[in-house]
Design a binder for this molecule. Structure first.
Ligand code: HEM
Ligand SMILES: N=NC(=O)c1ccncc1
Length: 281
């Protein structure tokens, strides 16, 4: 692989994180969500989906309602793609999440280049592989076990809900999880355990949980992290130990953005699965 200056790309991404005209003043949370959704379609049994290929460029995937709102993130990164045309979208989108996490005070996340963008939509994974926020622990496990994650990693990754907010016109849920949604901390876990959460219906008719002052929220899937005993063990650990959360989140997010990436001797990603597996998409 020729040596491109990925540090220069990262520095350019860092410049667009603060944004007084967007949400809570930062593009960081939606960039993290883009990196996660671009990777979270992976299926370990068939080797399909994942961050390689940047398949969300194709309508089939970008129009999946689970990806509502990610057009903002993709647009924020377009000028950087124009400035560094040699970087793949697959690498740009994952690097965007990594840079955003660190810029918001989170841990360094190991990231490697070499993803290759698909040239057509033949490898687009089927919709429906991302989690449904209205469900519970069994559903979360089915989604994340499919990707190859365990309970500890599921809880660590869920800590990304310390960032950003829900938007009624995107997901049908509303509000932030924590008081400062543009700083990466373990507050999400402390609130899950120690705040009072009351079930209610939001303005678009979906059930979610509200803090006593009505300012903060939790999704039904968030609440399953404290009602399910095996998840709860890790919520308690991460609420008590920020450094442990940072270490585990960094490892899990690095694993997430590598899903679907098999590199050849030159470091470039190869398509891992056969036409047979593709036929099963
Ligand atoms: C456990 C399964 C998960 C469910 C059901 C879920 C669901 C949701 C929903 C419904 C939203 C609101 C989207 C919107 O209206 O803008 C959201 C936002 C977000 N999610 Fe998740 N999520 C899950 C896991 C994750 C993971 C694993 C990550 C990253 C590691 C993540 C990162 C984010 C971020 C950063 C936001 C805020 C985006 C913004 O502020 O625009 N989520 N999530
Ligand atoms: N982080 N996950 C999400 O943003 C999401 C997942 C599924 N459906 C809507 C939104």
């Amino acid at each position: 692989m020729t040596d491109h200056d990925y540090g220069a790309v990262a520095a350019e991404i860092k410049k667009i994180i603060p944004n007084d005209d967007y949400d809570d003043g930062s593009t960081g949370p939606v960039l993290v969500r883009l990196a996660w959704h671009a990777s979270g379609t992976y299926d370990k049994e068939t080797g399909t989906g994942g961050s390689n290929g940047a398949t969300m460029r194709y309508k089939i995937e970008s129009s999946d309602s689970a990806n509502n709102g990610l057009e903002y993130a993709r647009k924020f990164l377009e000028p950087i793609k124009a400035k560094f045309p040699w970087i793949s979208y697959s690498d740009l989108w994952t690097l965007g999440g990594v840079v955003a996490i660190e810029a918001m005070g989170g841990p360094k996340v190991p990231w490697k280049p070499g993803r290759v963008d698909d040239v057509d939509d033949q490898y687009v994974p089927p919709n429906g592989r991302l989690p449904d926020a209205s469900q519970g622990a069994d559903h979360i496990r089915s989604i994340f076990y499919r990707m190859g994650f365990n309970d500890q990693e599921i809880v660590a990754l869920s800590g990304a809900h310390n960032l950003g907010r829900c938007h009624g016109d995107r997901s049908g849920f509303e509000g932030p999880w924590v008081p400062n949604p543009i700083r990466f901390t373990n507050t999400y876990f402390k609130l899950l355990l120690h705040a009072e959460w009351v079930k209610g219906k939001n303005s678009v008719g979906n059930e979610q949980f509200y803090s006593d002052d009505g300012e903060l929220m939790m999704l039904p899937t968030d609440m399953s992290l404290v009602t399910d005993p095996k998840f709860r063990v890790w919520v308690e650990k991460y609420a008590a130990d920020r450094d442990l959360f940072f270490k585990d989140f960094s490892a899990a997010f690095s694993k997430l953005i590598e899903l679907g990436v098999t590199r050849g001797p030159e470091g470039l990603a190869l398509r891992k699965y056969s036409t047979v597996a593709r036929a099963r998409l």
